[in-house]
Unconditional design. Structure first.
Ligand code: DOR
Ligand code: ZN
Length: 425
């Protein structure tokens, strides 16, 4: 195993220090460290963060390898500063058996660029009718702890209750895509002034809020852990705030795009802005940002949703929802939060690692911790060129935008996956 000496780097915004990485762990910190055998990395002006952890990534393998593979998505993740991603279950076939989650887990190990932790489906085929083999997925080599039908809501309250009861035995989590399907039939964008103006069918905020309200009550009743995917409205924040104040075991995530972009983007009719849940309003953004600062929202998760050209470069109504996120998330966080490094580390690494139970991740670089970390240059501004992304897909909403921050290096268990801003393999 190799050794790296990162000199003069700010660890999570602190005073510059050196970081020695050896045998997969942080072997030492302090000024003036010497390690003649180690490869030197000049950390001047850089910030070291615990490797980012994404609770919500779509890798598309198996089934849509034209849009993304475990390997291409892993490379995009590493370039974005991630050392672990949780892979959503809406693949084809669906990750609803031990066999499929083990396949995804094994492909992640083979790629070796980030730790890929599969999420299992809650219901067979995401059809919302019968519980999937939750226990078999939990006992498999993939050791699944989070289950989600993401892309679909577990709408049947009895099934949701049974899923919560089932995972309680092993302290698992149900991650809900909160969307009351009867309230969003035919929906194309956020229901509000802009949808009225454009004449597009609206997706009302209450369709999300009603499911979150129901599910925090169910989780409270059962005593299980609930996680809410991609919270997008001010009303959802209020429901979560009250539930957390009562001690309900609920956690929540927000995406970078819901922190930055509004429903006004739909007026372009460019399907790159079509996403589920839809982009909301300025007042929702303000509430989401406040909730993130306060801790009512625990995590920034990307909902990285690669789509092939034919599924995005078409009429708005026919386009698939979703946008890329892994390679731009840290820049959006920096743009939205500024250099609040401790908050960024908490919301993008420590909290998601804790929620997912990824024990090797989410630790600030310190002697003895696994060397899963990323080095950020906050002074660089870069212009996003879709053609330069490592993802197989091109559906970034940030094309040609200039954003702050660049990932200079990422280390997974002491080995670089990214150096000088480039993927190592
Ligand atoms: O925009 C979205 N895209 N939302 C989802 O819930 C699913 C995802 C996808 O799989 O493309
Ligand atoms: Zn999703």
């Amino acid at each position: 195993m190799s050794a790296y000496l990162i000199t003069n780097v700010s660890v999570v915004g602190g005073a510059p220090t050196d970081l020695l990485i050896r045998d997969g762990v942080v072997a030492g910190t302090g000024t003036g460290l010497a390690a003649p055998d180690a490869t030197a990395v000049d950390g001047t002006g850089l910030v070291a963060l615990p490797g980012l952890v994404d609770l919500h990534t779509h890798l598309r393998e198996p089934g849509r390898e034209d849009a993304e593979t475990v390997e291409s998505g892993s490379r995009a993740a590493a370039l974005g500063g991630y050392t672990a991603v949780c892979a959503m279950a809406n693949t084809s076939p669906v990750a609803d058996t031990a066999g499929v989650v083990e396949q995804v887990w094994r492909l992640g190990r083979e790629a070796g660029l980030v730790d890929v932790q599969p999420i299992g489906a809650v219901t067979v085929g995401l059809a919302g009718e019968h519980l999937a083999e939750l226990g078999a997925m939990a006992d498999s080599a993939a050791r699944v702890r989070i289950f989600s039908d993401d892309g679909h809501c577990v709408a049947d309250p009895r099934l949701m209750r049974r899923a919560l009861e089932y995972v309680k035995a092993f302290d698992g989590i149900i991650a809900q895509h909160a969307e009351e399907p009867r309230l969003t039939e035919g929906a194309q964008m956020h229901e509000g002034e802009v949808s009225t103006r454009l004449g597009l069918t609206g997706w009302p905020a209450v369709a999300e809020e009603a499911i979150i309200a129901r599910d925090v009550l169910l989780a409270e009743h059962v005593g299980s852990r609930l996680h809410i995917c991609h919270v997008s409205t001010a009303g959802s924040v209020e429901v979560l705030r009250q539930a957390k104040a009562r001690g309900v075991r609920v956690t929540a995530e927000v995406t970078p795009h819901h922190l930055l972009l509004t429903d006004e983007k739909a007026a372009t009719y460019d399907p790159v802005y079509k996403v589920n849940p839809p982009l909301r309003t300025d007042s929702d953004i303000a509430a989401l940002r406040a909730a993130l600062a306060e801790g009512v929202i625990d995590v920034i998760a990307t909902d990285h949703a690669p789509h092939a050209v034919e599924d995005k470069e078409c009429e708005w109504a026919y386009a698939r929802p979703g946008m890329l996120g892994l390679e731009t998330a840290l820049s959006i966080a920096l743009d939205v939060l500024g250099p609040q490094w401790d908050l960024i580390a908490e919301r993008m690494s420590r909290a998601p690692a804790r929620i997912a139970g990824l024990a090797d991740h989410g630790h600030d670089p310190a002697p003895g911790v696994p060397a899963n970390l990323t080095l950020v240059d906050p002074a660089v501004r870069r212009t996003i060129e879709p053609a330069e992304l490592a993802s197989r897909s091109r559906n970034t909403p940030y094309a040609r935008m200039t954003l702050p921050g660049r990932i200079v290096a990422t280390f997974l268990r002491g080995e670089p996956t990214v150096l000088d801003g480039k993927a190592v393999k």
